[in-house]
Design a protein around this ligand. Structure first.
Ligand code: NDP
Length: 285
């Protein structure tokens, strides 16, 4: 006897504006297929004026959850029922889960980053320099602090934003976080374990953009991370490789946050290798 068929898919997706170049669908749908799930991940352009209606729509249609990207990560909070402790500390949500009729906001940006670093060394006791003070830097700094980093330095072009972030991380996590002005090439001290580019420098099409860091201060064993997923082999990644550093690219962070999102929505464990391969095809990495 034929197996009864269902034509109803479970829905998740991403809301953003603009959103057309967001590659998450290309990474998540192959993971669903690999898990044997007939789920769809929709890339949905939602104008800021329509965010409330879009969230109401997702709720009404029983979406399992959705990601939020620029410019919705903060505004979405007022439409949700609960926040995870990390989302509350970061003050932004990029992943919403629909569970038992409630919309629960989380932030997987920093968690994906921390998972990438934890693959190469324990976070406990870590000393890090974070370049940038925008949304990605904020999520990374808070999650590093919550995961056991002991010494954080924020360096940012706009001093007021950098100072505000350093203050926020110190106050919300209790981990010593200082700001240093970015008025010359950053020299990485011997005591620093990790340097992360959390600015948008290097993002396509500015693929050869130079970040103001003194690469002569890079040493073998220093962990150098770049959040830029497109292209993954940024100039910083290439320079750090040439100096024998441990290098983590932006694809790893993207994959790890995708893994966390799928876990939150489905309760299942996707295979990161499937997701990374799918993204590499997109970016021809
Ligand atoms: P924001 O716009 O919030 O912040 C941008 C940051 O970059 C600011 O600190 C800004 O400094 C700095 N910046 C931009 N241009 C320059 C420049 N020319 N010189 C010095 N500093 C500069 O962006 P997000 O934090 O949301 O995103 C940053 C990057 O992270 C994006 O490229 C995004 O693609 C990537 N990202 C990657 C993820 C992943 O999973 N791989 C996840 C999330 C983000 P200032 O304050 O002075 O303007």
């Amino acid at each position: 006897m034929a197996t009864p068929r269902t034509f109803k898919q479970e829905l998740v997706g991403v809301f953003g504006y603009p959103v057309a170049e967001n590659p998450t669908q290309a990474m998540v749908e192959p993971a669903f297929a690999d898990l044997g799930l007939d789920w769809r991940y929709l890339t949905v352009e939602v104008h800021p004026d329509n965010l409330a209606d879009a969230v109401r729509g997702a709720r009404a249609m029983g979406w399992r959850g959705f990601n939020c990207t620029i410019p919705h990560k903060i505004k979405v909070i007022e439409h949700l029922d609960e926040l995870s402790p990390a989302a509350r500390a970061i003050g932004a949500v990029n992943c919403v889960t629909h569970r038992d009729g409630k919309l629960i906001g989380d932030n997987t940006d920093g968690k994906g980053f921390v998972a990438s670093v934890a693959d190469v060394r324990p976070i406990s006791g870590l000393s890090a320099i974070i370049l940038g003070a925008g949304g990605a830097a904020r999520a990374i700094a808070v999650e590093l602090a919550l995961a056991g980093a002991v010494d954080l330095t924020i360096t940012n072009r706009t001093a007021s934003t950098g100072e505000a972030l350093a203050r926020h991380v110190s106050e919300t996590t209790g981990v010593k976080t200082r700001f240093t002005a970015w008025d010359r090439d950053v020299v990485v001290p011997e005591t620093t374990d990790l340097l992360v580019n959390a600015t948008s420098i290097g993002l396509f099409p500015d693929v050869d953009a130079r970040i103001a860091v003194d690469t002569a201060s890079f040493r073998p064993g220093l962990i150098v991370c770049d959040v830029i997923p497109n292209p993954p082999r940024t100039r910083l990644v290439r320079d750090a490789e040439a100096r024998g550093c441990v290098v983590l690219d932006g694809l790893g962070m993207l994959v790890n946050q995708g893994v966390i999102g799928i876990r939150l929505w489905s309760g299942l464990e996707p295979r990161p290798v499937v997701m990374r391969r799918a993204l590499e095809q997109v970016f021809e990495a």
